[in-house]
Design a protein around this ligand. Structure first.
Ligand code: AMP
Ligand code: ZN
Length: 470
């Protein structure tokens, strides 16, 4: 497998630390509101990565943190008049519900920041002992970026151009404000009752520290893959590298993968711009999880995805087409006809699918293998010689694709597609074909009208006449 590693700005062969094992850390949500579909684009990219690794036979250990204490959670819990835990609980629950709706496979660990404060304090102690951390007048503790020689290596910041000793206390800042960042934030009045004791006085950890401390606990000091949206690269990931490598004196992460933004009218979807849809907004408009999943998965993770509802409509039409397709395969007459040809087509499609995904998650190529198979199968079906064994070989291949794509629900869809043609309707349609063969157009037209009255239409396709719901 090969991935684009932000650290080297190149596609590189994936060499895990342990054979056929992938340990990955994926930055998770700040639970102060419902996640929007821009956030879910990042989590879906990570799901695609995880499922692709599994498809290629890797054992994956994934960690995703839940940021349940930071500037925003404190601000909004106070505004809501709730205790921090009660406030964040609601959004944690909503997050997991949304993951299920989008069929995002569960990570192995979802550590919460508030239950890992001792690990974070321990890490600050090490940074203090090694001379990387200092305490400011107000009791906050900062990381001195001038002390860490490699600072800027991920975001490619030229440190020679920077002033040293500038400090920044908020969690998120832009690339122009390269500065010492807070490891521990001293308690202030606006924090209300949110505080923990530490050797440096009461306060709470900085956001960046949480990922360094928790990744080390669950994945070790050095692990394979770290991901996030591209906006996480600086300062968040740069600061994680600084903390972890300074504390542990070894490499933190081997492969950094970042996904591009989901945009609306070419602008990044974000809470602050107010240009967002939550998943719930889309469900409210009548789309379902697999339609949204398909709409968000179809664009390569390193390209921007400009979202609009037409994408969901297209997803719906495409998935409906597959439902009918599976139904046709499920209702082929019993027998071995075409099985060998079907298996050959399926094997080739599967090989292309796996290779494409293994090549930096090339989803366009992978989907093209899926569509090519569907087209080839449809023309074979038009020949009329394929029987159930051939249908089963193709369905088995789609079940396999679905271990990564998770949109087809092959068997449920096949039964639905098949059930959509009740036997009496099928019988009528066959009688019409017979009538036409016998040039009895009067009867054929009468049957067409009869079908129409019952809510079915006959469509003449290159594959022959097909009955569809009106
Ligand atoms: P946050 O809750 O802001 O820390 O974001 C959670 C994850 O979503 C991070 O990996 C972000 O980089 C990612 N993210 C936020 N907005 C977008 C967006 N518009 N498109 C893609 N990813 C995003
Ligand atoms: Zn993080």
């Amino acid at each position: 497998m090969r991935f684009y590693n932000t650290l080297g700005r190149a596609v590189q062969e994936f060499r895990p630390i342990e054979e056929k094992t992938a340990k990955m850390y994926t930055c998770g949500p700040t639970v102060y509101n419902y996640a929007h579909i821009g956030n879910f684009r990042a989590y879906l990219f990570e799901d695609l990565l995880r499922r692709t690794l599994e498809y290629h036979g890797y054992k994956v250990t994934q960690v995703m943190n839940l940021t349940d204490v930071d500037d925003k959670t404190i601000r909004d819990s106070r505004a809501a008049g709730l205790k921090l835990q009660d406030f964040t609980r609601k959004y944690k629950d909503a997050f997991f519900e949304d993951l299920d709706t989008l069929r995002i496979e569960r990570a192995e660990h979802y550590p919460e920041a508030t239950t890992h404060i001792p690990e974070m304090i321990a890490m600050i102690r090490v940074l203090f002992d090694k001379g990387y951390a200092y305490r400011s007048e107000d009791g906050s503790v900062y990381f001195s970026i001038a002390k860490f020689r490699d600072y800027g290596k991920l975001a490619r910041i030229d440190m020679a151009q920077q002033r040293s000793g500038v400090r920044i206390n908020n969690d998120e800042y832009d690339k122009d404000s390269v500065a010492d960042f807070a490891l521990w934030k001293a308690w202030s009045e606006s924090d209300g009752d949110v505080k923990w004791d530490s050797p440096w006085g009461p306060g709470r950890p900085g956001w960046h520290l949480e990922c360094s401390a928790m990744s080390m606990k669950y994945l070790g000091k050095t692990f394979d893959i770290h991901t996030g949206g591209i906006d996480n690269m600086f300062p968040h990931h740069e600061d994680e590298i600084a903390q972890s490598e300074a504390a542990n004196s070894c490499r933190f992460v081997n492969y950094w993968l970042h996904c591009e933004h989901l945009t609306i009218d070419k602008k990044k979807m974000s809470k602050s711009l107010g240009n967002f849809y939550t998943l719930r907004d889309l469900l409210g408009k009548g789309y379902d999880g697999k339609e949204v999943r398909w709409a968000l998965l179809g664009t390569h993770y390193r390209s921007k995805l400009n979202f609009n509802l037409a994408l969901c409509d297209q997803a719906r039409a495409t998935l409906k087409k597959f439902t009918d397709f599976f139904g046709r395969l499920k209702t082929l007459p019993e027998g071995p006809g075409g099985a060998e040809e079907a298996r050959k087509l399926a094997d080739e499609a599967d090989r292309k699918f796996a290779d494409a995904l293994g090549d930096d998650l090339n989803i366009a190529e992978a989907l093209s293998a899926v569509f090519t198979l569907e087209r080839a199968v449809n023309s074979a079906l038009a020949g009329g010689s394929w029987q159930s064994a051939a249908g089963e070989a193709v369905l088995a291949c789609f079940r396999k694709f679905d271990r990564v794509l998770a949109v087809f629900d092959v068997d449920a869809a096949a039964s639905q597609g098949a059930a959509e043609l009740p036997p009496e309707i099928m019988a009528l349609a066959e009688r019409r074909v017979e009538a036409r063969k016998a040039k009895d157009f009067k009867t054929a037209d009468a049957i067409r009208d009869e079908l129409k009255a019952q809510g079915w239409v006959i469509v003449d396709t290159p594959r022959g006449p097909e009955v569809r719901k009106a």
